[in-house]
Design a protein around this ligand. Structure first.
Ligand code: SF4
Length: 395
């Protein structure tokens, strides 16, 4: 029989998400997850003739909607109608190009999510095995994004202290989550001056690497190709932002998610569990404990507060750890006294709750000095680029 079904155009306009409406079975899970987690419901139901189908609002492509690229819709789509953009082919091409020197950074949430896919206990830290696997795949240098997370903490804390001295603007919003930044740009641009001016750790690292390798590239005629392994699909979108390019080239050439890396390790036939551990390369292979907690909601705020505390003894840091800074609550409020000044902090899980918090701030019901917003439930460990069992949408 001839296939008489109408074919719908695929949508490749987002740097993070790929849509094939032909595979959609109208279950509506993507709409619900977008509404519940992000308060948006971008992938609305829409009518075409007599048919009901899930599609971007008003027949628009994703780049014409308010999609923030968090990818949680892809995490719940069981038919492949919405998928995270697969860039494994580009990664292999870059690795096999002799003109490239491939340099990689690995985000904190990746190392504790990947091991389970290879039969290791949940949460096992496989950073050292990942370094070895990437080297076997042809990567020349492997660095730790934790190094840049520490740089972000220092810059963000200094900015926060300067705002406390100058009286604002408050709340200062954290800037690490690109989906959150995109959300404010699209929905509430008047708050853009409240966002910290610091780049995310990925982009901070990328700028440093671009600079570090400039001379080396000129000397040996090769091109340093910078790949970032992230738990996050919105990072693909962040890497494509024009302000993160120099001389027409993005600072991060390619973002690969944890799941894409799992597939690459399998394609290469590498037995991850059998590998001898190898430490990340220096000088960017080191990071503090405060950098590690960037992977969970509340981690960024905790790292900034730790930096601001004059007393950095174990007892003082332990006291912060037991406050509500970490946890799963939708909006967690924490009051702390730093150098005699009472600080009001909030940690927000999900954009729908950020929307709620902004409404209360505008109505004068709440006041905060610092607000951390993470789009994915639980923070980046629940990013849509993580193995499916961990994604926020599946929780
Ligand atoms: Fe990406 Fe983390 Fe933001 Fe989720 S919470 S969109 S994983 S940066």
């Amino acid at each position: 029989f001839p296939d008489t079904r109408e074919r719908y155009e695929q949508d490749n306009t987002s740097p993070a998400i790929f849509r094939d409406p032909n595979k959609c079975i109208l279950c509506g899970d993507c709409v619900r997850v977008c509404e519940e987690l992000q308060g948006q419901g971008i992938l609305n139901y829409a009518h075409r003739g007599s048919e009901l189908q899930v599609m971007p609002a008003f027949d628009k492509k994703l780049d014409q909607t308010k999609c923030v690229g968090c990818g949680q819709c892809a995490a719940v789509c069981t038919t492949g109608a919405i998928t995270v953009k697969n860039q494994i082919g580009q990664a292999w091409q870059a690795l096999h190009d002799p003109k490239n020197r491939v340099v990689v950074q690995i985000a904190p949430a990746v190392r504790v999510a990947l091991g389970e896919e290879f039969g290791l206990p949940a949460g096992a830290n496989v950073m050292d095995k990942l370094v070895k696997a990437l080297k076997l795949m042809g990567v020349e240098e492997v660095y730790d994004t934790n190094f840049a997370a520490d740089m972000t903490t220092i810059s963000e804390a200094q900015e926060f202290l300067a705002r406390l001295k100058n009286g604002g603007p408050f709340p200062m919003f954290t800037s690490c989550c690109p989906a959150w930044v995109k959300y404010l740009e699209l929905n509430d641009p008047k708050y853009l001056h409240n966002i910290s001016s610091c780049k995310s750790p990925m982009e901070m690292f990328a700028a440093v690497l671009r600079d570090k390798y400039r001379e080396k590239d000129a000397a040996d005629g090769r091109r340093t190709y910078h790949m970032a392994i992230m738990p996050c699909t919105a990072k693909k979108m962040e890497a494509a932002r024009p302000e993160f390019t120099q001389e027409g080239r993005p600072d991060v050439d390619l973002v690969i998610t944890t799941r894409e890396l799992v597939d690459m390790i399998r394609e290469a036939g590498i037995q991850l569990t059998e590998l001898e551990p190898e430490a990340p390369d220096l000088p960017f292979g080191l990071g503090s404990g405060a950098a590690v907690i960037y992977g969970v909601t509340g981690g960024v705020a905790e790292a900034v507060v730790r930096y601001c505390l004059p007393d950095k003894s174990n007892n003082a840091l332990q006291a912060i750890r037991v406050t509500d800074l970490r946890g799963d609550g939708a909006i967690r409020e924490v009051n702390l006294t730093v150098e005699g000044q009472e600080l009001h902090l909030a940690i927000v899980n999900g954009l729908s709750h950020a929307k709620e918090l902004i409404a209360d701030v505008e109505a004068g019901k709440r006041f905060y000095h610092l607000v951390e917003v993470m789009t994915c439930q639980g923070g980046c460990v629940g990013g849509a680029g993580q193995p499916y069992g961990l994604t926020a949408a599946k929780k």
